[in-house]
Design a protein around this ligand. Structure first.
Ligand code: DGY
Length: 328
């Protein structure tokens, strides 16, 4: 039995450990229960825990659907510690008057840096080179050893010209790349400000030496890079995905990399995620896979957690969220 509540702070459930700065801001105002494990809480645990809660702070690994929301009649806010929120049924939350918040902006530079790091790593075969040395194969300097691709002067195609796409374009300018972009709506303002050129989707794929994905995962972008898209790309092209795994069809990518349809790829995000250790993609020499860490700097992740706490606190107090996803 719950007994009589003497602590009248709003009740919040948090699905994972938060950095100290965010945690102390939250616990000052809210009565908090937390899942303090490394792996995500099972769906049923979240369902039971949110029954009496006004706020939920969750991660992109938690599936927050309509059924789950129905366990929580008092829920006022779902605060995601990420900018992407494809794990949350936004329409269902809006219907139920539940506000959703996310964390845009503070991870833009960290993510763009990382997309560029992957681009360079794939272009210059850094993963293969590390393996080569560790395997004791480094016997001499060779004129043709581990030849990669030139970045300076190459054509970068950015798909999705939101905050992160734009930040990647700024970095590419420093490498004197020619920058093409494709976006749901054309952006003449950015063409002027960043020196980027608009292309239709197919045209961008045909022209680019490097294709970097920066779209949200939606019904329209799921499987966007499929067998047809990969077929349009140059045999020397490199694909970089720091957006969401399901934007790329993994079987089509495997075929394209295995058969030299494109030269290489680097993925921070995969489908499924995590990728099982025996997944066929991990046998490919020309593929780099890292575990969804593009925003993983101490600064970014702390700021993300603090923004999520501010969204949550505003939501449980019935105030507008500082970083809203929906309007309720
Ligand atoms: C996000 O925020 O959506 C990233 O994928 C993780 O930082």
């Amino acid at each position: 039995m719950d007994g009589i509540r003497t602590n009248m702070k709003p009740r919040v459930y948090v699905t994972r450990h938060l950095p100290e700065a965010a945690w102390s801001e939250l616990t000052e105002v809210c009565d908090v229960q937390i899942w303090n494990e490394e792996f995500p809480p099972p769906y049923d645990v979240i369902a039971q825990q949110i029954k009496d809660k006004e706020g939920l702070i969750c991660l992109l690994t938690d599936q927050i659907d309509a059924n789950l929301m129905d366990y929580a009649p008092n829920l006022k806010v779902i605060s995601q510690v990420a900018v992407g929120y494809d794990n949350i049924d936004v329409a269902a939350a809006t219907e139920r008057g539940i506000a959703i918040g996310n964390t845009p902006g503070v991870l833009t530079d960290a993510t763009a840096d990382f997309a560029f790091a992957l681009l360079m790593a794939a272009a210059r075969r850094i993963g293969e080179a590390i393996d080569y040395v560790r395997a004791g194969k480094w016997q001499t300097w060779g004129l043709t050893l581990l030849l990669g691709q030139e970045i300076q002067g190459a054509i970068l195609g950015i798909i999705g010209m939101g905050r992160i796409g734009q930040a990647v374009a700024k970095r590419a300018r420093g490498f004197d790349m020619q920058i093409l972009y494709h976006n749901a709506s054309r952006r003449p303002d950015l063409e002027e400000a960043l020196g980027v050129e608009y292309r239709k989707f197919d045209e961008l794929l045909q022209e680019a030496d490097f294709v970097s994905l920066h779209v949200n995962l939606t019904a329209e972008t799921r499987g966007l890079i499929d067998a047809h898209a990969l077929e349009l790309m140059k045999p020397t092209a490199v694909l970089i995905n720091t957006a969401r795994g399901p934007v790329v069809d993994p079987d089509a990518l495997y075929w394209a990399l295995q058969n030299g349809q494109i030269a290489a790829a680097a993925l921070d995000v995969t489908d499924p995620e995590p990728l099982p250790p025996d997944h066929k993609l991990l046998n490919l020499r020309n593929l780099i896979v890292v575990p969804h860490i593009a925003s993983a700097t101490t600064t970014s992740r702390t700021l993300m957690a603090q923004m999520a706490v501010r969204n949550c606190v505003a939501g449980v107090q019935g105030k507008p969220l500082p970083f809203p996803v929906n309007s309720v």
